[in-house]
Design a protein around this ligand. Structure first.
Ligand code: PEP
Ligand code: MG
Length: 754
């Protein structure tokens, strides 16, 4: 059963459109359960009705004509109850509704299960039998499982189908897809997809100019796969049965024959790049085999898919033909855009990011904000294969993405982009003015950075230093741990660019959602696992290399500050301090001058809030990482889009924790700053100002905005707002309160999209 299920789901996801997907579903379910009828009814938003969309067994002419309101018929009953409904004598049930065109009066037994995707009933899957049939528990469970699995696949195909309409410019409404806001601003550009090639369905369309070279690449990949298959067959001889071994011969033969390779080559000759030529060849052949009645031949569809995947992987390993060309104004679109994907696009060309799954608090979103790139995430599954080259608008203010927007929509976004530019220019004009409140409180504004490419905007932002340099970013875009020399050059460049202004370098903070491709760690709960200082203390060789590189880079500059992430125990600080001393000692022995830099601890787990005094006593400064602090205080995975609604750094519990930490630092006589995103949010800036923070660090893109808030709202006013906020019970009330205050102060334009 599991096998049948897997195959149905796979075939449905490969279907070219919704009708084909539903056709496959009803045909397979009917055959598997040996029922007389299997049908799918789907909810139609425009009419508010359930419509018969596919059937095997009822009159085909009834498709599209049989319509039921949610309160009607047995189908409506299944949708209403959101659970399976089994009826023995359907025609005599109170909810039965008769449609002469279906011919269904003949069928007595009815089993209907809902198709639900993320709480939303998409439709109903129905099995019917002429005679009295007792569907047994296994059959009912099978139908429920098919429905649960299919709902996702159907949703995907429906989105893809809808996208096809959007891409063709035929949508009759405004035509956008909705996601979550990850980084403010509007980007108008051309899609470049960031797809994983192992997933055939996600291989994007791309054209090639050098057809001969692409054909050669394809030939090489096919030959390499044949070699792999022969070698695997030889290795397994005597290990698996002869019939299993024969499978390898079948694979090799399929690739020897004319049909598959010729079909692939034909598509390449027509201008497609090889991966998409393979994708389309596989889809066409899979359809062909599936239509065959012989079960042996039908099973060959699986082989073809497997072969396609292998060739694409081989092509990938072979490397793309030359460096990939990106559009001039490139919007990177992917299922889960990675930091490496971002790093691959020349900075000048990248204007926006759209990610299917990431949440607004993931590190990709953090990086998008750091680079000032409008970004929308959590838009769900996208037909990546069909998007390359299309015009797209990323509305980072409202979390919307418009593919092939209508001229009026495009014009509206151009207007917003122009207004943003004006505001940006106004804010840039504040660059050399101090961040000082009207009643004389001076705040030091620092930037958060992580890539060499954002040094220039950071320098131009008027920042008085770097409050957080995320050292893991250069680690994440490499293929192995960078050595001491490599790191020395990176750190030296950053320190020199800002000198004499201070640069706070955080030691490696990997783990959580920041895995290194070359350092595989599999954990059930990565955010509660081996992360930040826990990793570096367990690997002193990695930690010492990094510390040595930082200390050497600081020689004769003297503007380095070292920050320790994810501290949850005082012993971690003691151990880290000892290792820093060791690195200094080693360097001194080698003749370097390595003075002890100021050392700080990040307060980003609740334990550190409650031990802020003990931690502050051991080091020179504290820095509050409100992104993680919010995650750990509210128990909300910052990368999980499903719970993103309850992640909020203005939650009164988070505000109280930040306030508490500030007090502890003051008592210990140590400076404390905030370097999480809350510092750069207008409402957050007001509240932190009210608490009395004098050091804030944020991405360069938000610095001008924070400066304007500080130069407009007096410290006394901010304190009054804070006092009120701290008495509130939920984040929503805090947002409303501060918003009102900002609007009254004439800062409404800083709140676009909020
Ligand atoms: C934080 O957690 O607030 C922080 C600044 O660090 P990161 O976002 O890199 O985890
Ligand atoms: Mg953090």
């Amino acid at each position: 059963m599991l096998d049948i299920l897997r195959r149905i789901v796979e075939d449905v996801s490969l279907a070219a459109n919704l009708d084909e997907a539903l056709g496959i579903t009803v045909g397979r379910v009917r055959a598997t359960l040996s029922v007389d009828v299997c049908s799918v009814y789907l909810f139609e938003t425009a009419s508010g009705e359930y419509v018969l969309r596919a059937t095997e067994g009822l009159n085909a002419a009834a498709v599209g004509r049989v319509r039921l309101r949610p309160t009607e018929g047995l189908v409506g009953l299944v949708a209403e109850r959101q659970e399976p409904v089994l009826v023995q004598d359907a025609a005599n049930h109170v909810r039965y509704r008769y449609f002469p065109e279906t011919g269904e009066e003949r069928y007595r037994s009815f089993l209907g299960v809902p198709l639900i995707h993320y709480r939303q009933v998409l439709g109903v899957l129905v099995a019917q039998q002429r005679d009295d049939r007792q569907f047994n528990a296994d059959e009912s469970a099978f139908l429920v499982t098919v429905a649960a699995q299919l709902a996702g696949a159907i949703h995907h195909v429906a989105v893809t189908g809808g996208m096809a309409t959007l891409l063709a410019g035929n949508a009759d409404d405004l035509g956008y897809i909705e996601g979550a806001r990850a980084s403010d601003g509007v980007a108008i550009g051309t899609v470049a997809s960031a797809a994983t090639l192992a997933d055939l369905g996600a291989v994007p369309d791309r054209t090639v100019t050098d057809v001969e070279a692409e054909l050669e690449r394809l030939r090489r990949a096919i030959a390499a796969v044949q070699d792999d298959l022969r070698a695997s067959g030889a290795r397994l001889a005597g290990v698996v049965s002869d019939s299993e071994l024969a499978l390898f011969d079948v694979y090799v033969m399929l690739l020897d024959g004319d049909t598959l390779p010729a079909d692939m080559a034909g598509r390449v000759s027509a201008g497609q790049w090889a991966p998409a030529a393979i994708r389309d060849t596989v889809a066409a052949h899979v359809r062909l085999f599936q239509g065959m009645s012989d079960p042996y031949l039908r099973a060959r569809a699986d082989d073809i898919r497997e072969l396609g995947r292998r060739i694409v992987m081989r092509l990938h390993a072979d490397g793309p033909v030359g460096p990939r060309e990106y559009p001039e104004r490139c919007v990177l679109v992917g299922d889960e855009v990675s930091i490496t994907d971002i790093a691959n696009v020349p900075r000048r060309q990248l204007v926006g990011i759209v990610s299917g799954r990431s949440s607004a608090f993931s590190h990709v979103a953090v990086l998008a904000r750091a680079m000032g790139l409008p970004a929308v995430v959590d838009v769900g599954e996208l037909p990546l294969a069909r998007l390359d080259g299309h015009t797209v608008v990323v509305d980072g203010y409202r979390g919307r993405v418009f593919f092939e927007p209508k001229p009026a929509v495009l014009e509206e976004f151009r207007r917003i982009a122009r207004a943003d530019e004006r505001l940006g220019a106004e804010l840039r004009a504040l660059k050399d003015l101090p961040a000082e409140t009207p009643d004389g409180a001076r705040v030091t504004l620092h930037v958060n950075t992580g890539l060499l490419s954002d040094i220039t905007p950071s320098l131009e932002s008027g920042a008085e230093g770097v409050g957080l340099y995320r050292t893991e970013f250069p680690f994440m875009i490499r293929e192995s741990f960078p050595g001491e020399e490599d790191q020395f050059h990176i750190y030296r460049e950053v320190l020199a660019a800002f000198a004499p202004r201070p640069v706070t370098m955080r030691t490696l903070d990997i783990g959580g959602d920041k895995p290194l491709p070359y350092f595989n760690v599999v954990e059930a709960n990565p955010f509660l696992g081996w992360r930040g200082i826990r990793v570096t203390l367990d690997h002193p060789e990695i930690f010492l290399t990094q510390l040595r590189a930082m200390l050497r880079a600081n020689e004769d500059l003297g503007n380095l500050r070292v920050l320790l992430p994810m501290v949850s125990n005082v012993a971690e600080v003691d151990d880290a301090l000892a290792l820093i001393e060791r690195a200094r000692h080693e360097l001194a022995e080698e003749g370097h001058v390595a003075p002890r830099p100021p050392i700080g601890v990040m307060i980003e787990v609740p334990a550190a809030v409650y031990q802020a005094s003990q931690l502050a006593r051991r080091v020179d400064f504290l820095s509050i990482g409100s992104n993680d602090l919010t995650q750990y205080l509210l128990a909300v995975d910052r990368t999980n889009a499903r719970v993103a609604r309850i992640y909020d750094s203005l939650h009164p519990a988070v505000l109280n924790a930040i306030d508490e930490t500030l007090r502890a630092a003051r008592e210990a006589g140590k400076p404390v700053s905030v370097c999480g995103d809350v510092a750069g949010e207008p409402a957050g800036t007001v509240l932190l100002l009210g608490m009395g923070f004098r050091h804030l660090s944020m991405t360069a893109a938000y610095l001008g905005r924070a400066k304007r808030v500080i130069r407009t709202i007096s410290r006394a006013r901010a304190r009054a707002v804070l006092e009120q906020a701290l008495t509130m019970e939920d984040a929503g009330s805090v947002h409303r309160l501060v918003r009102g205050e900002l609007e009254a102060a004439g800062l409404a334009e800083l709140l676009r999209g909020r």
